[in-house]
Ligand binder design. Structure first.
Ligand code: CTP
Length: 419
């Protein structure tokens, strides 16, 4: 089962020293208990590719929770799930997942699998793609030895994303999204038979719950260039399974790239707002309902709709600051960043920048208490007068406390019944 390949030198290069030290400790604790112990999944793929910054998934042919407790400096550093015998360990700022190696069967398409303990080679055979189905031995007798039962190394060399068996997407259709995500992230190609299976099994995405579908979208939104995934997903007829009006075209590619030129690491909700920017208000609501977006996500989408509907004000060189602020006040930062990318106008960009940097912070010098002292009664008038003063300040029409007081006195005089 083991491959000739030994990844010990690559692991040595790829792993931060504290993680390498951790693995040595974990390895001897596991060996002392007679449990075989492996690095599995994406971390192996990334070590072979020389990609830095991966999470660690560790598989134990033994009690993963017991091992995590034996290694942890304190039990408080371990979060356990007894049902699956898994543990998450905090180790010097890293999170490390330890899992009992297992076999899985899928009771029905789209359902979560039934799990039982199994040896490492069975653990690899339950996985999504060959490139993710490799393990590296962390056992003292064959440390670094690659276990590649599915041809993952060959596919990494040929830069291919390949499922392990033709029923893979029927078992778990979220893997369709994962295939596209890895293909675009790694610059690989989905292998032709796997591509045919995607076409055949696309409909199985209908068996997946909204929460799991949304999770896949969230994973895409944290990729370095989500637009590549969206473009490919559109080509494969996948984007429309989220909403028929979504498009992964060159417009989306441009605006997502623009987001990265404006902010170093755009928030995922910026990309989400851009993906849905061209949907109508009612289409956005359908999209929100179909993937059951979280409150902040739904807010980014609804706020971007509010901006899109008021594009005329933002792009008008004559628009007063108070008019721009009236559109943008209270909207999420992510929707504002998305707007800067999506509204193709220097004027709009400047207006949004000035709102974010200056106008948003503009407030009257007078407080509600001051207004009451001047004779304004508690109630809705108080807020509308403060808003009125704020707008006049924004438009440069008043700039001192005396002028603000004057405005209030005039307002009091102008009320019906006042002389
Ligand atoms: N996996 C799977 N089918 C899924 C999800 C995950 O077979 N639907 C397996 C894969 O072997 C994967 C591993 O579980 O490598 C861990 O999953 P995850 O953390 O999502 O993937 P990584 O490969 O670690 O990818 P990433 O680099 O995106 O974190």
């Amino acid at each position: 089962m083991a491959n000739d390949e030994n990844l010990a030198p690559r692991l040595g290069e790829a792993l931060p020293p504290e993680i390498a030290a951790f693995l040595k400790v974990a390895s001897s604790e596991a060996a002392a208990r007679g449990w075989r112990f492996y690095l599995v999944g994406g971390a192996v793929r990334d070590a072979i590719l020389g990609r830095a910054g991966f999470d660690l998934d560790l598989s134990v042919e033994g009690d993963a929770i017991g091992l995590a407790m034996a290694i942890a400096a304190s039990p408080d550093d371990v979060t356990v799930h007894h049902r699956f015998n898994t543990a998450r360990l905090k180790w010097g700022g890293h999170h490390i997942d330890l899992v009992r190696s297992r076999e899985e069967t899928y009771p029905r398409p789209g359902a979560l699998p039934t799990v039982r303990p199994g040896p490492i080679n069975m653990d690899l055979l339950r996985r999504d793609f060959t490139v993710n189905a490799m393990a590296v031995s962390l056992n003292p007798d064959d440390w670094g030895c690659l276990i590649d039962v599915c041809g993952g190394l060959r596919d990494i060399r040929q830069r291919l994303i390949r499922v392990l068996h033709p029923g893979s997407f029927i078992d778990d259709a979220t893997r369709i999204w994962r295939a596209v995500r890895y293909e675009q992230r790694l610059g690989f190609r989905i292998e032709p038979e796997t591509l045919k299976l995607i076409e055949r099994d696309r409909v199985m995405l209908g068996t997946i719950t909204p929460d799991r579908l949304r999770y896949e979208l969230e994973c895409i939104l944290t990729e370095t260039a989500p637009e590549k995934v969206f473009r490919r997903a559109d080509e494969l007829g996948l984007l429309s399974t989220w909403h028929p009006s979504l498009k992964g075209d060159s417009w989306l590619s441009e605006v997502c790239a623009r987001a990265r030129s404006l902010v170093e690491k755009p928030h995922p909700d910026v990309y989400l707002a851009l993906l849905a920017w061209r949907l109508t208000a009612s289409e956005k609501e359908e999209f929100i309902a179909s993937l059951r977006f979280t409150k902040p996500q739904a807010r980014a989408l609804r706020d971007s709709q509010a901006i899109a509907e008021n594009g005329g004000i933002l792009t008008s060189p004559e628009a007063k600051p108070s008019a721009v602020a009236a559109v943008l006040h209270g909207l999420s930062r992510d929707s504002l960043v998305a707007a800067k990318c999506a509204v193709p106008s220097g004027v709009a960009g400047d207006n949004i920048d000035r709102f974010m940097n200056e106008w948003k912070h503009s407030a009257p010098l007078l407080t509600g208490e001051d207004l009451k002292r001047l004779g304004v009664a508690q109630g809705p008038d108080l807020k509308s007068i403060l808003d009125g003063i704020r707008d006049l300040r924004l438009d440069g029409l008043i700039c001192s406390r005396a002028q603000e007081e004057n405005f209030v006195m005039e307002w009091l005089k102008s009320r019906p019944g006042e002389s």
